[in-house]
Design a protein around this ligand. Structure first.
Ligand SMILES: *Cc1c(COP(=O)(O)O)cnc(C)c1O
Length: 421
């Protein structure tokens, strides 16, 4: 029986048969969301990992307002505009060295699709028949058919399995088993058909906030380079300070051949994404032959208002106090998570930069574990936005979060373990 719902909206990643009333939010400010029924919620997951400096940051809001009154959309083939030019130039200054070109799109998934197409187009255009993609176990790169193909297979994409293309997967570099990953990558790269290796640097997000050290990333970079396999860094989640540096790749002192940014690119205010690449990838598409064009576009490619928001976000990152704020959040996060390391109710207590995660013991693991929605409901009742991945609870706050907010978040996590485990 399907009861009549009040709203015709089909929500993302939502099982409507089990979902209670949707939380109606009327306003966001800083780390807080205000609901229609008068509650203030702490946004401890940055509204799905996008909001970096806080909701409705005044500098970003005013940049959006100004741009919206001047030029709010323009076809980007055959045309350009100042906000996009500024964003591209500044991005190449901010990003690790070695990247030379910027392709705009409008979501993380699309930026990954673009990255895959760039890599495959590169090999085709230089006349080497390499088409095999190498991926890491437990990865997540988006929900389109191409990005599901390079992501972990499971309940999320079982229905579409017949359409997903075949890839080579290397194991996640779990602590103590890093060499197995490197060996598997080396073997996969030796296959003459290997085109590119796509990876989330330092943290696998949707796969369960699985963390691995920078030296592994550095080694993976070296292995790819030795066999000419392109390295694609999916920094859609890790970018914009999450890992304690502006970009995760900085910690391994590596530059990938292709890099994807989205989520925090506009400070989490508007949808925008970019795919950066090395000059030779662009050059492989540069020709008098129109058949070699990079055939990709989104209607809203480099939307000027979204670009203005990104530019305002870059302004903030040029400020010393903003960088210090990120480092301070990382330190406060460590302070809070520390006491859970010896807490027998939890395991795998971990942190990379501003992100912490811990697994609740005594319950099934995995995304579909019943404990996930129960925890989420518990937190919701306490006016806290947390959205555990199965039994993995993680905290990824905007950088304006206060020590008091964090203390409240972790007290609530502790209470949840007592109430539900
Ligand atoms: C969220 C995410 C994506 C997809 O981004 P969307 O904007 O949701 O399409 C891709 N890769 C990673 C690592 C992500 O965390």
């Amino acid at each position: 029986m399907m009861p009549k719902r009040k709203s015709p909206i089909w929500h993302p990643f939502t099982q409507h048969a089990l979902q209670g009333e949707m939380t109606k939010v009327v306003r966001g400010e800083g780390a807080y969301l205000y609901t229609a029924d008068g509650h203030r919620i702490i946004d401890a997951i940055s509204s799905w990992w996008v909001v970096t400096h806080g909701h409705c940051h005044p500098h970003i809001v005013s940049a959006i307002q100004k741009q919206a009154e001047t030029l709010n959309q323009i076809i980007f083939a055959g045309h350009t505009h100042e906000p996009a030019e500024e964003v591209a130039a500044l991005l190449l200054q901010l990003a690790p060295r070695g990247l030379d070109y910027v392709f705009f799109s409008d979501s993380g998934s699309t930026s990954v699709e673009v990255a895959l197409k760039m890599a495959l187009g590169y090999w085709r255009n230089i006349g080497e028949p390499r088409t095999r993609l190498i991926v890491m176990q437990h990865s997540y790169h988006g929900d389109t058919i191409g990005t599901m193909s390079v992501g972990a297979r499971g309940v999320f994409n079982a229905a579409y399995e017949p359409l997903l293309f075949d890839v080579t997967s290397v194991p996640f570099p779990a602590s103590g088993r890093e060499q197995a990953t490197l060996d598997a990558l080396e073997a996969a790269c030796r296959n003459g058909n290997a085109a590119a290796f796509i990876v989330e640097p330092l943290i696998l997000g949707a796969g369960g906030m699985l963390m691995y050290p920078a030296w592994v990333l550095k080694e993976m970079r070296r292995i790819c380079e030795a066999s000419g396999v392109l390295l694609i860094a999916d920094e859609v989640m890790t970018g914009w300070g999450r890992t304690g540096t502006l970009f995760a790749c900085e910690q391994a002192d590596v530059s990938a051949d292709i890099v994807c940014y989205s989520k925090g690119l506009t400070g989490g205010s508007l949808p925008l994404a970019v795919t950066l690449c090395r000059a030779d990838i662009f050059r492989a598409h540069y020709s008098n032959d129109r058949a070699r064009t990079f055939f990709h576009s989104s209607s809203y490619t480099a939307n000027p208002v979204a670009c203005a928001a990104a530019k305002a976000n870059f302004d903030l990152w040029q400020r010393q106090d903003v960088r210090e704020r990120m480092a301070f959040v990382a330190a406060m996060q460590e302070q809070q998570i520390e006491r859970f390391r010896a807490d027998s109710r939890f395991e795998n207590v971990r942190r990379t930069g501003t992100i912490t995660a811990l697994d609740l013991k005594g319950s099934d693991a995995g995304y579909l574990a019943d404990i996930g929605p129960k925890l989420q409901a518990f937190f919701r009742d306490r006016n806290l936005l947390l959205r555990p991945l199965g039994n993995t609870i993680y905290v990824m706050p905007p950088y304006c979060v206060t020590a008091t907010d964090l203390a409240e978040i972790y007290a609530c996590i502790s209470d949840a373990a007592d109430a539900l485990a």
